[in-house]
Design a protein around this ligand. Structure first.
Ligand code: SF4
Length: 428
């Protein structure tokens, strides 16, 4: 009994199969164990009878099995797999955003033995040492566990220094699953073997709804260029990757670093960035470097809401910059959110109306509008609770919250006027 199994399990749906992307958090955790010469097995699976059977086989002699969990419907698969392994007598722990933010909820369940809060670079090796009896539980930062029927909760550990950041050992995954998946050629689709990729983590902005403000403490940390290039070269050479979807929350926090990476490869790519970074010079440079599209979180069509969210942009800027991108031939995906706390029916209507206006452009695809998701610790969380929203009490109840949740499922205390607007725009 010496190896650790790291698992990311997703529901068996057509959408999951279509959007299957490498589990970056899981790879970072694996890199910690690899660096410390601990045997690790990584499994990113879709929940089927066969994958569960294979998982129980791999896990049967494991020292521990760690599930990386986000608040989303995929929690249901993590619950099912955890119960199965727990019933086989295997030590199960949960890590990731959901477990880090809600350790009490997770540890109420008998099928989870421990929660590891925060970043794997900080505490996964300590956790391993605890499991082999070399150190005490008190010395594992962020460890939450059960002791004689009592649940011990540790605080969220501080973020790790740049020099301790992990990397992505892609060789531990079957990359073909991510490039040979079913493709739907939607607006702004980028042809070729396009792989999601991350060069940094976190974001410096403080959007009032975003979990990054809690989990990454509004800090942005780049992975070393040496490991970024090594990973990209490995993926190109071994899997014939022809383009990238840069999944960084905000790759342009350090623009020169971002350009260095993008211009080194000049492969078709999509980049996620802040509207404030978008100007004529930037778009010109991006087009020359083969950037196929920009992904920008706009979130609202109401200046009042943009201000409350601390987005630092205005609706006028959105319109002007989207006209400019259209004129210059740059494709753009824009994300929008609705039913935020204290969003008036007028704010809601402004958002829905702006999305309708912008999707008329041939180069603009609207992502959403998605329903707001409450994350504990964020500025908007207390507001939504104060507005009458009942905090979910179990993993199952939390499982319905993800960005695809429908307005009527979310359970927010909205007025008849909101409902009328949603109906008028065919949202419900
Ligand atoms: S810009 Fe995006 S990633 Fe950054 S805090 Fe705002 S929502 Fe979060």
């Amino acid at each position: 009994m010496s190896h650790i199994v790291l698992v990311n399990i997703e529901n068996d749906t057509e959408k999951v199969r279509r959007q299957f992307s490498p589990p970056f958090g899981l790879l970072i955790a694996a890199s910690v164990l690899v660096r410390n010469n601990v045997d690790v097995v990584v499994r990113h699976i879709i929940n089927t009878n066969e994958s569960l059977a294979e998982l129980s086989e791999i896990c049967k002699d494991a020292l521990a099995v760690g599930f990386s969990v986000m608040t989303s419907p995929n929690l249901l698969s993590a619950i099912e797999a955890s119960k199965m392994l727990h019933n086989l007598g295997i030590f199960v722990y949960w890590a990731g955003t959901h477990a880090s933010l809600l350790p009490e909820v997770v540890l109420k369940e008998c099928y989870v033995d421990a929660v590891l809060r925060g970043e794997a670079e900080c505490n996964l090796y300590e956790f391993y040492q605890w499991r082999i009896g070399k150190i005490k539980a008190d010395n594992v930062r962020g460890l939450c566990y059960k002791k004689n029927g009592e649940v011990i909760i540790s605080p969220l550990p501080p973020l790790v220094e740049l020099s301790q950041l992990g990397y992505h050992p892609f060789e531990l995954l079957d990359i073909k699953k991510y490039v040979d998946k079913p493709v739907v050629k939607r607006k702004n689709y980028i042809p070729g073997k396009i792989l999601p990729f991350m060069t940094s983590k976190g974001c410096v902005k403080k959007c009032a709804f975003c979990y990054n403000t809690v989990v990454n403490n509004s800090k942005w940390r780049p992975y070393s260029l040496t490991s970024v290039y090594r990973e990209m070269d490995f993926l190109i050479e071994n899997y014939g990757i022809t383009g990238w979807m840069f999944y960084d929350d905000n790759i342009f926090v350090d623009p020169e670093r971002a350009w260095t990476i993008i211009e080194k490869y000049k492969m078709p790519s999509s980049v996620e960035l802040d509207l404030n970074r978008v100007n004529e010079k930037m778009v010109e440079r991006a087009l020359k470097a083969n950037v196929a599209k920009l992904y920008i979180g706009i979130e609202s069509g109401s200046d009042r809401m943009l201000k409350r969210m601390h987005k630092g942009i205005t609706v006028k800027q959105v319109r002007e910059k989207m006209q400019m991108c259209h004129n210059m031939g740059m494709n753009v995906d824009l994300s929008f959110m609705i039913l935020l706390p204290n969003e008036s029916p007028e704010d809601l209507e402004a958002t829905l109306s702006l999305t309708r206006e912008l999707e008329e452009y041939s180069n603009i695809k609207i992502d959403g509008p998605k329903c707001y998701n409450p994350y504990p610790g964020t500025e908007f969380f207390q507001e939504v609770v104060a507005s009458g929203w009942i905090i979910p009490k179990s993993n199952e109840e939390w499982a319905k919250y993800n960005r695809k949740i429908s307005a009527d499922e979310a359970g927010f205390n909205i007025s008849q006027k909101h409902i009328d607007v949603l109906k008028r725009y065919d949202v419900i």
